[in-house]
Design a protein around this ligand. Structure first.
Ligand SMILES: Nc1ncnc2c1ncn2[C@@H]1O[C@H](COP(=O)(O)OP(=O)(O)OP(=O)(O)O)[C@@H](O)[C@H]1O
Ligand SMILES: [Mg+2]
Length: 337
């Protein structure tokens, strides 16, 4: 488990990069941190291997405070942590094989051990045929696979990824995310992934924290945060993948609608929860319904349905309708025009 406890970080020059950060990342999790440039994501990530130290507060790994450790203890901790970068950070004058071997050479392993381990890693990241190639001969996705193989070389239990897919096209990004998911499920690594790409959080992560101006402003499971984002910044991110804003032209039409109505954003979790809801509203409650927006997204194997529905009836019937919707366990929010 990785824990940030009341972590603050002030840089020389007066920048407060982290403000009272409290986060717990469970062992085996894939934890995403999202925020715009300058939010403090890299600073946060670099604290896990003590490349940065808190000005106040503490970072713990499995209950051990790491920011006060001396050099030899730190070396021990760092061997247990792999890091993957946006720009791959490969040595251009060394082959793929030699790049992956670097951490093992630093550990003074025998050449037989190194050869066996590097070959195993290249097989795992599906680059066996590129062992003798140089980085300049590789695509971005292949370079990142080398970066990942190198990060895994010393069999760490934690993998830190700093914008690891931000330099890649969408298709290559997907293949790297699949690889990271496989690393989490088959090798059991805890993954901390910082990014400004909400799609990455959606596809890969189990938990997410949203950062703004050095603070964690929202956190939870990806399903919780995506289905009911609370902070304005979180809503902006989520809306890019679940675009539930009504178009302006439709809003203008609704503003002129003189009937008694309410606009509700309904959230369904699970496959069949929306079954017959609208039918029941129409028949049993005699509320007219008009679906203005619908989206169905899969998150961590769960189905998330978001609907924006116009309910048209007398104010009393509309109150009854919202009570009925809530009684079915469906979360709703009023949508303002
Ligand atoms: N070594 C440093 N010295 C001074 N200020 C720093 C240092 N490192 C980071 N900062 C400042 O701290 C703030 C947070 O930086 P950080 O790199 O953590 O943000 P980020 O969320 O990773 O941004 P990006 O998405 O651009 O990578 C920024 O204002 C940055 O300028
Ligand atoms: Mg950064």
């Amino acid at each position: 488990m990785i824990a940030f406890k009341n972590v603050n970080k002030n840089f020389a020059g007066g920048v407060q990069a982290l403000k009272d950060v409290n986060l717990t990342i469970e062992t085996g999790d894939i934890f995403g941190v999202i925020g715009f440039s300058g939010a403090g994501k890299s600073t946060l990530l670099r604290m896990v291997n003590a490349l940065e130290k808190p000005t106040s507060g503490h970072v713990e790994i499995d209950g051990q405070v790491i920011d006060t450790l001396g050099y030899s203890d730190l070396r021990h901790i760092r061997q247990n942590i792999g890091m993957v970068f946006q720009q791959f950070n490969l040595l251009e004058n060394k082959t793929v094989f030699a790049n992956v071997a670097i951490p093992l050479i630093l550990q003074k392993q025998s050449s037989a051990q190194i050869t066996a381990r590097v070959n195993e890693l290249l097989d795992f990241v599906e680059l066996t045929d590129k062992a003798d190639a140089y980085p300049r001969e590789l695509s971005g996705g292949q370079k990142q696979r080398v970066g990942i193989a190198r990060a895994l070389a010393t069999s760490p239990s934690i993998l830190l990824c700093d914008e690891a897919t931000s330099a890649l096209d969408p298709e290559t990004t997907d293949s790297i995310l699949d690889l990271l998911a496989r690393i989490n499920s088959s090798l059991g690594l805890t993954i901390l992934f910082v990014t400004h790409q909400i799609q990455v959080i959606q596809r890969l992560c189990k938990h997410v924290a949203v950062m703004e101006g050095g603070r964690v402003i929202e956190k939870g499971t990806v399903l919780e945060v995506f289905s009911a984002p609370e902070q304005a910044m979180t809503k902006r991110f989520v809306q890019t993948v679940i675009p539930d804003k009504l178009p302006n032209s439709l809003c203008s039409v609704l503003k002129k609608d003189r009937r008694s109505f309410r606009l509700l954003r309904l959230r369904f979790l699970g496959e069949n929860t929306q079954e017959n809801l609208l039918f029941k509203l129409n028949t049993a409650l005699q509320v007219e319904t008009s679906v203005l927006f619908a989206s169905v997204t899969e998150l961590q194997g769960e189905i998330l349905g978001i609907f924006i529905v116009q309910l048209i009836a007398s104010p009393e019937k509309l109150t009854e309708a919202t009570e009925y919707i809530a009684s079915r366990g469906i979360k709703w929010q009023e949508v303002s025009l």
